[in-house]
Design a protein around this ligand. Structure first.
Ligand code: URA
Length: 422
């Protein structure tokens, strides 16, 4: 077999065979296939797509490229994955809810790159918090307290790590087959038989429209079925940020507040939906029965206590969250109603304040970020603070119109969840 022939086949819009895909994945991991050859093939895939059989083969060999976590001795295990959004701290809220309802949450998470935040970065903003658990410690924690979150171990889905790093620097991230195989190879190898996927749609997300979101969902469900997994996909709105805080320690703080105060918001409502679907899968009960348990866990503060227990178990000290030296208030020059908050621009601003990485090597300022002081449709007077920026750097110049809109009339309500696909 020859990599140039395979690249040429994909360039000519032909399908690759299972054997050819095996050759590509194994050859790239061993170093026989070079970065420049793999880049050419990835670009041909982005442009000419893959059929479902090709994606299933690709995922299979990516799973087989590394080790697998064996959770078969545990019952009621459930995992969750989000395709990434702005202010998305749902894992920090949902994992304790679902665990306090009697499920075991086994979660391997990643770091953020560019404007997306990663759960591991958020947890690392808590002084002392250990994010690199050994397999044994990961499983022991799940057995003891019902949940654990660790960074992706080096040995799981090795092919994905190499391919993802290349996609990131060759403009080949935006491909549904590549995204589906990347996510599902890690999820299958992580060992949970049940998975809830939160596929974000909109301005601040990888999937810009519902049709692409549906294709991704159906493809991931198909891959899941081949691997004996039960999957539920929620297609959810990512046009405005999730919750009020963006930035690592600010998001940890918001997760604690959501679990303590149970204040209604788009974030709170989404967490209830995701958790209810997880509990339904994990305990094999109906959605309505699961939702009742979720609401009880929130109201009784069992989920709040579980979050504190989890942070302590992984050696974090929540009393010492870092605070930035400088704050800056962005005020409205108009009166009316807050009608839009631009996720992507807010995410880029947060990254520039120090909360995100432009390059893999960049060091994060865990205290940096943004608090959104008003919610959509809140009444706004001239001079009202809409955003508070936190940083240890100087503040960039701010163009209010790029970050939010104040209109003379309130907007119609917007959909938080577009569809649930099983
Ligand atoms: N998350 C992943 O793990 N992989 C992708 O390709 C996109 C999002």
């Amino acid at each position: 077999m020859n990599i140039v022939d395979i690249i040429t086949k994909k360039k000519n819009k032909e399908s690759l065979t299972d054997e050819e895909i095996k050759y590509v994945v194994n050859g790239f991991v061993s170093g026989e296939i070079k970065d420049y050859q793999m880049s050419a093939l990835l670009m041909a895939i982005v442009l000419n797509d893959m059929n479902d059989d090709e994606v299933i083969s690709l995922t299979k060999y990516m799973i087989n490229s590394g080790s697998k976590i064996d959770l078969s001795n545990l019952t009621n295990v459930v995992d969750k994955h989000s395709t990434g959004g702005v202010g998305d701290k749902t894992t920090l809220i949902i994992a304790p809810i679902v665990s306090s309802c009697g499920c075991k949450v086994a979660k391997m998470s990643g770091r953020g790159l560019g404007f997306t935040g990663g759960t591991i970065d958020k947890l690392e903003s808590i002084p002392g918090f250990e994010v690199n658990l050994s397999k044994e410690k990961f499983i022991e924690e799940i057995k003891t307290i019902g949940m654990a979150i660790t960074s992706q171990t080096e040995s799981v889905a090795i092919a994905d790590k190499k391919i993802y790093a290349l996609r990131d620097v060759t403009g080949t991230t935006e491909s549904i087959p590549l995204i589906a195989s990347s996510i599902m190879s890690k999820k299958v190898a992580s060992g949970s038989p049940n998975l809830v996927l939160d596929i974000k749609i909109g301005d601040g997300a990888l999937m810009k429209n519902l049709d692409d979101g549906r294709r991704l969902a159906n493809l991931m469900i198909k891959i899941g079925k081949q691997n004996n997994m039960n999957i539920i996909c929620l297609l959810t709105n990512m046009n405005i940020p999730l919750g009020n805080n963006i930035g690592n320690s600010l998001e940890v703080l918001e997760a604690i507040e959501v679990l303590y105060y149970n204040k209604e918001s788009n974030l709170y409502n989404l967490c209830i939906e995701l958790s209810s679907n997880m509990v339904s899968l994990g305990l094999n009960i109906t959605y309505d029965e699961a939702k009742e348990k979720v609401l009880d866990s929130l109201k009784s503060k069992k989920a709040y206590s579980k979050l504190l227990e989890f942070i302590k178990y992984q050696n974090g000290d929540i009393t010492k969250l870092p605070k930035s030296k400088n704050t800056y208030e962005v005020k409205s020059s108009k009166e009316g109603y807050l009608s839009n908050l631009y996720s992507l621009e807010l995410a880029k601003l947060s990254m520039n304040l120090g909360a995100g990485r432009q390059n893999k090597e960049d060091k994060l300022d865990y205290s940096a970020g943004i608090i959104i002081n008003k919610n959509i449709n809140d009444k706004v007077e001239i001079g009202d603070t809409i955003l508070t920026l936190y940083s240890n750097k100087d503040f960039p110049s701010i163009e209010e119109d790029k970050l939010f809109t104040v209109s003379t009339t309130p907007i119609d309500s917007y959909d938080l969840i577009y569809e649930v696909i099983k």
